[in-house]
Design a protein around this ligand. Structure first.
Ligand SMILES: Nc1ncnc2c1ncn2[C@@H]1O[C@H](COP(=O)(O)OP(=O)(O)OP(=O)(O)O)[C@@H](O)[C@H]1O
Ligand SMILES: [Mg+2]
Length: 255
């Protein structure tokens, strides 16, 4: 039976979808059968982050309406044979989706996969509410700014009230020079504020931005290590968080 993990944040644009795409791939490369589910409705973009937008034909609503089978709605990733994407509603509003039907589809997915990652929309509306009823665990993606921390704090309160456990943090777009200049708060300040375990961190990486747009999952070596460490930690391995090493003066000059 699969573990189902919702990836949420409260604040929008903090990197949930990018994380789901990259973490899904890392878990699949570690030998797990993974299904990533796009719960972002109307504004879905997980397919684009994975470079699968041309292969996405059906969604969960089509399964419910009998237009396709579950297998037909699942889109296999191009890079990992054990990674699949399911979009809940690629064109219509979530209001047309009956929760009980969606729950049934998730139950069937749980029999086929080891891990299900639910990519939540920003905020705490229906997509978030449905995800909370479908998932057992949560990863909250934060950035090191007060708006992100406050929104996530509110989300954590809701998750706790709904018995989601464990709830872990992923700190995204960490920029050591911003921390030094106090543009970003420190990791410790963020963790103290939210009082939760940190499952992983990801540094600011222009290649991630590019990889996201091209749907090829490109990232620098440190980001790759960070994603792999997060995947391994989720699977229960004792792996430390990779550290950013300040470039020496020669590397800086050579770019
Ligand atoms: N570590 C990173 N370094 C640089 N850019 C990043 C990083 N993580 C995410 N981004 C970029 O941030 C932008 C927002 O990311 P993404 O769409 O994954 O956020 P989101 O939380 O899913 O947004 P939404 O709330 O709208 O669903 C994207 O352009 C993405 O490429
Ligand atoms: Mg998103």
């Amino acid at each position: 039976m699969a573990r189902s993990i919702m990836i949420t944040s409260g604040k929008g644009g903090v990197g949930k979808t990018t994380l789901v795409a990259n973490l899904g791939l890392a878990l699949a490369r570690l030998g797990k059968r993974v299904c990533v589910v796009d719960m972002d409705l109307g504004l879905k973009n997980l397919d684009i982050a994975m470079g699968l937008e041309n292969r996405l034909i059906y969604d969960a609503h089509d399964i419910m309406e009998g237009r396709c089978s579950l297998q037909e709605a699942l889109v296999q990733d191009k890079r990992a044979a054990t990674l699949y994407l399911l979009s809940v509603c690629k064109t219509i509003s979530l209001d047309k989706i009956h929760f009980e039907d969606l729950k049934q589809i998730l139950e069937r997915l749980k029999e086929q996969f080891d891990l299900i990652l639910l990519d939540c929309p920003a905020g705490i509306e229906k997509g978030f509410q449905y995800s909370m009823l479908l998932a057992e665990e949560a990863l909250c993606v934060i950035q090191l700014d007060i708006a992100s921390l406050m929104d996530t704090d509110r989300v954590i309160g809701i998750l706790l009230r709904n018995q989601i456990a464990p709830i872990r943090l992923v700190i995204n777009r960490v920029n050591p020079s911003y921390i030094q200049k106090k543009i970003q708060c420190t990791l410790k300040e963020a963790l103290d504020y939210l009082s939760l375990d940190c499952a992983g961190i990801l540094y600011e990486d222009p290649l991630i931005l590019m990889g996201n747009n091209l749907g090829n999952g490109k990232m620098n070596e440190l980001s790759r290590q960070c994603i792999e460490a997060l995947a391994r930690r989720l699977l229960g391995e004792k792996v430390g968080l990779p550290r950013y090493k300040e470039k020496n003066i020669l590397q800086k000059i050579l770019g």
